[in-house]
Design a protein around this ligand. Sequence first.
Ligand code: ADP
Ligand code: ASP
Ligand code: MG
Length: 405
Amino acid sequence: MLIVQKFGGSSVANADKIQKAAQRIVDTYKNGHKVIVVLSAQGDTTDDLIAKAKEINPEPSKRELDMLMATGEQQSCALMAMAIHRLGFPAISLNAVQVGISAFPQYGNARISRMKCDRIYSELERNSIVIVTGFQGINQYGDISTLGRGGSDTTAVAIAAEMQADLCEIYTDVDGVYTADPRMVKNAKKLKEISYDEMLELASLGAVVLHNRSVELAKKYNVRLVVRSSITDAEGTVVKEESQMESTYISGIALDRETAQITLIGMKDDPGMAFKIFSFMAKNKISVDIIIQSIGRQSVKDISFTVSTENLADTINLLEKNKDFIGYSHIMHDANQAKLSVVGAGMATNPGVAAAMFEALSDANISINMISTSEIKISVLIDERDAEQAVRYVHNRFFEQGVEF
Ligand code: ADP
Ligand code: ASP
Ligand code: MG
């Protein structure tokens, strides 16, 4: 079989962990498989590199920041090759230039556009274990650009898709995908399997266990994806097309703390107002999430929406610069919001799911600031300080008490 094994930062955090991961890789190789390894930077290296950059310049150029961040993955890959050599097996580390991973230009948030795999093929032919840097691609200017935080998962799935690997294993510090972040909810339950759609929704709504674009790619190319522990041999969670989870209403709960709310007060109640605001946002590549608009009174209304916290300052700037054109009286904003979501393919036809979620929040005495629903999820915006308690109450409601409809 051809197997892609990805190890996250905590799974290669120090020499001991690299050696343990190396042993696991070699065991797979000894079983007669061809192995491609994708690695993240060790431990908190990426955060440390960002902090280092900001010490030198609080607003570093995005190109240079990518240059710097990408060194983390190169370090862990070279170290892993050395660890495998020491075990007596052939291995070679390759970065995005050497492999030929092309990306669309946006620094810090690049998307993989093309994946050349000739070099990987030829190294595999030589019976080598091939170790590839996660999280990076080369844009059309020949520059390194990174794929967004957590992007090594996406590199692994992209390689698995391009090379038609039989399996893509994501090794991390938890032993699978749970009904909620197991660090927050002690009695969260491990899922044996989950559908691509539900996993994509959970990952996009804040469950960092998989980079959302990795799930998107896995779905598109039907990659067999397994999330499992780098420490134990526990079975892990299979992410796949259809899942028996459809027999339940809810597959999991996700929390996104990086949410900020902005409200424009006193807008004119004219046609095209929403278009004016959101076309500015789109032009500046700022994604807007939940939007609500108050009912017009005396020809004015308010519009409230959320953006990710990292985009808050840019958004306020943009709106203030265009205040006269947009026509509002003032802006309010709150960076300390969190979005709590319940995800499940079975909820579309069950209005009881929303009621049960709101009941749990009401039991916890937590107020809801905004609500948004789709076929497979319900999200609420709440104050960040209430977030962990909210997750526990909602989890308890759905997974401990059970929900009757
Ligand atoms: P890695 O460095 O291996 O990529 P991450 O920190 O990116 O690891 O992802 C693993 C973390 O995801 C876990 O430690 C856990 O706290 C978090 N997490 C959030 N939601 C979930 C979930 N539903 N199931 C499992 N883990 C989750
Ligand atoms: N090292 C990168 C990060 O910390 C990529 C990854 O871990 O997937 O975001
Ligand atoms: Mg990750």
